[in-house]
Write a protein that binds this ligand. Structure first.
Ligand code: ADP
Ligand code: ZN
Length: 211
């Protein structure tokens, strides 16, 4: 199954991608995570990407498209994947259309206010990139990643002024692709809920699995 998770920054795409991965056994392809890995490895791509990401702008399409093209060739993507944070522009969506057919697009619909609230409490593992929230999704041990035991941190681009820029970029560049997938008949809207487990239950229903 090939699934795309669409939604604003902080809508909970990463968390739902982890859920889908666990339920369907398909890998999550997160361009944000791929880019952050490139940055921490100090590759040329990482150096270029960091300039855009730290400002809250999108990384140029050709860099991201090439990154995804390479990633989906890996054997673990044979059975499908869940895209998180990709596509983010119409050009990326059209490039993906040329590479593969998608089965379902889940749009996590969340208000701007909820997004700002969520991002302010977000904590991220610098090693394995798992994400938490101080209130709605805390780690078992405060400040420590459940998965790998590393001390959690705050992403550079989760600072409030950068968050506002990312939301503006989302409305301008990413929201239009909701219609692209609606027109293809692939879109399912999942209304973001106050409680994480309620959103997860809606996602489970959409992909036809038990929670
Ligand atoms: P969020 O969904 O919370 O915004 P991501 O980890 O998906 O976080 O993205 C962080 C940053 O990485 C974005 O603000 C952007 O600069 C860059 N990025 C991630 N995915 C893409 C993409 N598909 N196209 C362009 N830039 C991207
Ligand atoms: Zn971790």
């Amino acid at each position: 199954m090939r699934i795309i998770l669409l939604g604003a920054p902080g809508a909970g795409k990463g968390t739902q991608a982890e859920f889908i991965t666990a339920k369907l056994g398909v890998p999550a392809v997160s361009t944000g995570n791929l880019l952050r890995s490139a940055i921490s490895e100090g590759t040329e791509l990482g150096k270029k990407a960091a300039e855009y990401m730290n400002k809250g702008s999108l990384v140029p399409d050709e860099l991201v498209i090439e990154l995804v093209r390479e990633r989906v060739k890996a054997p673990d993507c044979q059975k499908g994947m869940v895209f998180d944070g990709f596509p983010r522009t119409l050009a990326q969506a059209e490039a993906l259309d040329r590479v593969m057919d998608i089965d379902m697009v889940l749009f996590l619909d969340v208000s701007d206010d909820a997004i700002v609230e969520r991002m302010s409490g977000r904590r991220t593992c610098p090693k394995c990139q798992a994400t938490y929230h101080v209130v709605s999704h805390p780690p078992k041990k405060e400040g420590i990643c459940d998965k790998c035991g590393t001390a959690l941190g705050i992403r550079d681009d989760d600072r409030p002024e950068v968050v506002r820029q990312r939301i503006a970029v989302y409305h301008k560049q990413t929201e239009p692709i909701v219609n692209h997938y609606k027109n293809k008949g692939l879109l399912k809207v999942v209304k973001g809920q106050e409680k994480l487990e309620d959103t997860t239950a809606l996602v489970a229903a959409a992909i036809g699995v038990e929670v």
